[in-house]
Design a protein around this ligand. Structure first.
Ligand code: HEM
Length: 285
């Protein structure tokens, strides 16, 4: 195996990503002072946006720092994949990287649900229905993540604000010291995100009782939302994404010929999902 070349992408992006994570955690903690997962969540979030001093700013800052962090984690993983670094890593290291990325997307997803508007509520309900559709254990499994009724937002809130960030920090703990941004990087990251939150208008939250033609999920879920229209929920929402993650996980364990075939299969599936997502962003799922 030739020595690994460290490009700018490999060295700077994780540092910028960690800056975004630190800023996202700080803004998230500020939001939890006001956020109430029980009762009328949509009204509570609207109050944060319109009545709480700088509430709109903290929401937008938290939103963009979270998105930037997860997108940089995705690029970081793609960088490892395209340079075939998994060949020189232990299976455990590769497994941790992929698991951390999956958790990142789940944090984004639960954050989307927590908005409490029509889109957030629908996303939560679709997720609950996918889990419930699993034969035998579905009903029980769904109750571990989300329950219908008054407490609908409570479990996503616990996962989003506590369990998942703590688990994520634990999983990437060995990288944290290595990637810890210096003051300059942290300041540059904060300035960029600050300007974005100040200048760019936030996405308008759709009231739960509004009549709308189409309800869209978060950007990375749009491909699955499209597949859900033509396939059984377990197939579109769990089996296909699960099989994809499994193929990525076993990649370092496969021999040369199988490894090459699997590498191209994963690349093709990723590109197809990208096309599906892009199509759904433009024309709807
Ligand atoms: C990896 C870490 C995190 C990421 C990527 C992330 C991302 C997000 C995203 C994308 C949203 C939806 C915002 C919107 O569309 O308006 C959100 C909402 C929210 N997040 Fe986080 N978050 C993270 C950690 C945290 C933490 C640690 C807390 C609190 C301790 C927190 C508290 C909240 C709250 C209360 C909301 C709902 C309010 C709103 O919609 O503005 N987040 N998060």
């Amino acid at each position: 195996m030739p020595p690994i070349k460290n490009t700018k992408v490999s060295t700077y992006l994780p540092r910028l990503g960690l800056s975004a994570l630190i800023l996202c955690l700080i803004s998230g903690i500020i939001l939890t002072f006001y956020y109430r997962p029980m009762g009328n969540v949509f009204q509570n979030v609207e109050e944060i946006t319109t009545l709480v001093p700088y509430g709109w700013f903290f929401r937008q800052f938290h939103y963009i720092s979270g998105q930037v962090f997860v997108i940089l984690m995705l690029i970081h993983t793609l960088d490892h994949f395209l340079k075939k670094r998994y060949l020189s890593y232990s299976t455990g290291q590769w497994f941790l990287l992929i698991l951390s990325l999956c958790i990142c997307f789940f944090v984004l997803f639960t954050g989307f649900v927590l908005k409490g508007d029509k889109e957030g509520f629908f996303a939560g309900q679709i997720f609950m229905n996918i889990l419930r559709a699993i034969p035998i254990a579905g009903e029980w499994l769904s109750k571990l993540f989300i329950v219908p009724g008054e407490d609908f937002f409570f479990l996503p809130y616990l996962y989003h604000c506590f369990f998942l960030p703590i688990l994520l920090i634990y999983l990437i703990r060995e990288h944290i010291r290595e990637w810890l941004p210096d003051q300059k990087a942290l300041f540059a990251g904060a300035a960029g995100l600050f300007l974005y939150a100040l200048i760019v208008k936030p996405h308008v939250d759709v009231p739960p009782d509004a009549a709308v033609d189409m309800v869209k999920g978060p950007w990375f879920f749009l491909g699955i939302q499209t597949l859900l229209k033509i396939m059984h929920p377990v197939l579109a929402g769990l089996f296909i994404p699960g099989l994809f993650v499994l193929c990525v996980l076993i990649l370092p364990k496969t021999g040369t010929a199988w490894g090459r075939a699997l590498y191209y299969l994963i690349t093709t599936a990723f590109c197809l999902y990208g096309i599906l997502t892009f199509r759904a962003i433009i024309w709807g799922p």
